[in-house]
Design a protein around this ligand. Structure first.
Ligand SMILES: Cc1ncc(COP(=O)(O)OP(=O)(O)O)c(N)n1
Ligand SMILES: Cc1nc(C(=O)O)sc1CCOP(=O)(O)O
Ligand SMILES: [Mg+2]
Length: 216
């Protein structure tokens, strides 16, 4: 296996759905299936925070969602939990600045996809040097999903990264909906990542479909 190419990574980012059981209004497996049917391009398992599953329950739930992703050929990325990603042979991991360093994580996961959250040009440059395949930049808009999110930054950092000629694949995150997704792409992102716009919808298939139209 070799590291994912930049072109292939870009193709996986247009509509990146992130979810844990704690985020779902309806049955999480059904939500994921509907989101896949509507055209999401990558999935992140983020079982975290209040009301999330722990221990064996978390592992069993992750396996169920991974099986759904495998069946539909959607990359399955694990948030934070590198050991789980390795144990399940997930397609990749996503880490932030408060997690293990990208350099160490890259050594642990080999050629799996590595996503890193960044909030400044310095963090962007460091993540690239340490082996990130894509960056998550946010919160672009106000979010209720992540209690410890940083202050809203719009698309400013995404634009600055592109103005410097940095080409790494980027997804915007935080408060993104079908109404504002196009502005994130216009700002220079390759895609949008969303939690609640799909996971809290009464109609996940329709909501994901609207996002897909807005983000492509
Ligand atoms: C695509 C994407 N971008 C950013 C994040 C946030 O990661 P992090 O800052 O590590 O926060 P938690 O998600 O771990 O709470 C993400 N998960 N995905
Ligand atoms: C997981 C996450 N990371 C963020 C960041 O800014 O890094 S914002 C966020 C939550 C995004 O959820 P929603 O689409 O419901 O706003
Ligand atoms: Mg994290």
């Amino acid at each position: 296996m070799s590291r994912i190419s930049t072109d292939r990574m870009r193709e996986l980012l247009p509509l990146y759905f992130i979810m844990g059981s704690q985020n779902c209004k309806l049955n999480p497996e059904e939500v994921l299936i509907k989101a896949i049917e509507a055209g999401i391009t990558q999935f992140q398992f983020r079982e975290k925070g209040e009301n999330s599953l722990k221990g064996r329950d978390k592992i069993e739930f992750a396996k169920k969602l991974q099986t759904i992703c495998k069946k539909h050929k959607i990359p399955f990325i694990v948030n934070d939990d590198i050991e789980l990603a390795i144990a399940l042979d997930a397609d990749g991991v996503h880490i932030g600045q408060d997690d293990e360093s990208a350099e160490i994580v890259r050594q642990k996961i080999g050629d799996k996809i590595l996503g890193v959250s960044t909030h400044s040009i310095e963090e962007v440059e460091k993540a690239i040097l340490e082996g990130a395949d894509y960056l998550g930049i946010g919160p672009v808009f106000h979010t209720k999903t992540k209690k410890d999110a940083k202050s809203v930054q719009g698309t400013e950092l995404i634009e600055r990264v592109r103005d410097k000629g940095i080409q790494i694949p980027i997804v915007g995150i935080g408060g993104i909906t079908a109404h504002n997704a196009a502005s994130v792409i216009k700002g220079g992102a390759d895609g949008v990542s969303v939690v609640s716009a799909i996971s809290m919808s009464d109609e996940p298939y329709e909501s994901a479909g609207e996002l897909r139209k807005a983000a492509f």
